[in-house]
Design a protein around this ligand. Sequence first.
Ligand code: A3P
Length: 304
Amino acid sequence: SIEKGWKSSHLTQYQGFWLPLKFLSGVMACGERFEACKDDIILNSTPKSGTTWLKALTFTISNRARHDFHNHPLLTTNPHALVPFLELELYVYGQIPDLTNLPSPRLFSSHLPYELLPTSIIESNCRIIYLCRNPKDTFVSLWHFLNNLLPEDEPPVPIEEAFELFHGGISPYGPFWEHLLGYWKASLERPERVLFMKYEDFKEDPTFHCRRLAEFLGCPFSTEEERQGLVEKIERFCSFKSLTSLEVNKSGKTGVLGKANKNFFRRGIVGDWKNHLTVEMSEKLDQLSRQKLEAFGLTFKDVG
Ligand code: A3P
């Protein structure tokens, strides 16, 4: 196991991926005990790809008949509490939750690589939505996040040290590129069940991608909903500006993750890497991404 660099995570290698040691029992328990059903929706991502945003959007879109905007759970609840993590929350430390009475469709999330998902998720043929983000912004976001979680008496991890680890494939749920590829290949093989999305695309055209999400979820927006401007309303409701203005996300804490909600919101933009990475670091990540992903047809737009 590795305790250098990402000190707060204590990563350990498990079947080719780097997992936080303290969550391994949760990974095992959910692998053995989670029983997915066909209607479930599983949101997957590498950490810091915009998981919080995807949770807010998916919850709001799939529950739109149940909740209006004035009395909406998102106004008082952090998205992570509405769409819980399987291995990090529901099954954390090996506990077995009772999930039988949850309303359908059940929404869950996971940072696990496709190869390590509980077999029932694949066998049930339930829907999987994967959100990824360009490696440079993901890395910068992760570096801030993990440093923020260090105990006060520990000095922050220098970016150079964190970079070498990330570039070398050592990051929570990494290697980053292998994580993406697992879901990318699955989305090509089973496009009707695995939707592959990118943070940058969402940022560029949020309403288009909200429609795409709704269609994939099997609840496309009706002509009447379109006429009422519902897509735009959902997009604004789940925007960075809107979520960060809520008291629950300024001062609340989220369940078992035990983290202050504000840690899940920092800048919420594309290209912040330019404020932190050297030209050399940026080129190293670009080159590695091309080398690992291009052959499979996976590319990121110029995010500089
Ligand atoms: P930054 O650190 O670059 O700001 P995750 O949810 O997977 O932990 O990812 C967190 C990243 O998503 C952070 O990126 C955070 O600011 C950003 N984010 C959170 N909510 C968002 C929203 N509603 N719209 C856009 N980005 C959001």
